[in-house]
Design a protein around this ligand. Structure first.
Ligand SMILES: CC(C)(COP(=O)(O)OP(=O)(O)OC[C@H]1O[C@@H](n2cnc3c(N)ncnc32)[C@H](O)[C@@H]1OP(=O)(O)O)[C@@H](O)C(=O)NCCC(=O)NCCS
Length: 214
């Protein structure tokens, strides 16, 4: 992805706004967005150690989200207000048609565990997804925590507030809830519809937000 020539990873994350306070961001380049506040421009999508997030044009990344370093988003995916996708100490991959909602945090474990998220995944508000794998068509509920080296099997729901302990493997199509998270039941077709409906809703929001003037 092309970067504006003035940007290098040695530059600070927060840059002073244009001296004339013009509303034009300092930086405009594909995949890079800046927000302005109180006379500062804050770079929310930025390289780290020479690795730049890869974000297809079909994705929506809110201006307040932070995406850093070795991160790849799939087509139509989205990252919402104040979410942090921190691909510094390990890489982060998010598949197509997935959404990372407000204030969620994705981060890997240095030298050990990246974060791998499949297609059609919803990561709810305020969830923490750390050094783990979330397979396709999963719903990670609001405020849930998924810890290092856990694996959430395809088509599963991690209930709101659940904590999935390190190294836990959740079989496909499971409902997991509680602290620590335990499998409560096997999911059926209605549950799958629910999971996919969450993702479809966000595909609609992506279209709406991308059409808004920025
Ligand atoms: C899991 C969820 C989908 C409910 O599903 P459900 O089919 O109604 O769940 P069930 O009634 O089959 O629950 C199975 C068991 O898990 C328990 N449970 C369900 N959600 C729970 C939660 N968040 N925390 C703890 N226990 C939970 C139920 O009490 C039930 O326990 P029991 O067997 O002892 O009675 C819902 O609670 C949830 O967490 N949704 C997440 C929504 C979200 O965060 N969306 C993203 C933002 S848009």
């Amino acid at each position: 992805m092309a970067l504006a020539p003035s940007l290098s990873h040695h530059e600070p994350a927060i840059l002073l706004y244009q001296p004339d306070h013009s509303p034009t961001p300092i930086l405009e380049a594909p995949g890079l967005r800046a927000s302005t506040t109180h006379g500062y421009t804050i770079l929310m999508i930025r390289p780290w150690q020479g690795r730049t997030p890869v974000i297809p044009a079909s994705c929506y990344v809110d201006v307040s989200a932070q995406i850093i370093g070795d991160v790849v988003l799939g087509e139509n995916s989205s990252v919402w207000m104040n979410a942090v996708v921190r691909g510094d100490v390990h890489h982060i991959r998010i598949g197509a048609n997935s959404n990372v909602q407000d204030c969620a945090v994705l981060h890997g474990m240095r030298y050990k565990y990246p974060v791998i998220v499949g297609d059609w995944v919803t990561i709810g508000h305020n969830a923490t997804v750390h050094g783990c794998v979330v397979e396709d068509a999963c719903l990670i509920g609001m405020g849930a925590t998924v810890m290092n080296n856990a694996r959430i099997g395809e088509g599963s729901i991690v209930a709101a507030g659940a904590v999935i302990a390190e190294n836990t493997v959740i079989p496909p199509r499971s409902l997991v809830a509680g602290v620590p998270g335990k499998v409560r039941r096997e999911l059926g077709p209605e549950d799958r519809d629910l999971i996919l409906q969450y993702a479809r809703n966000y595909l609609d929001y992506v279209k709406i937000y991308l059409a808004e003037p920025r």
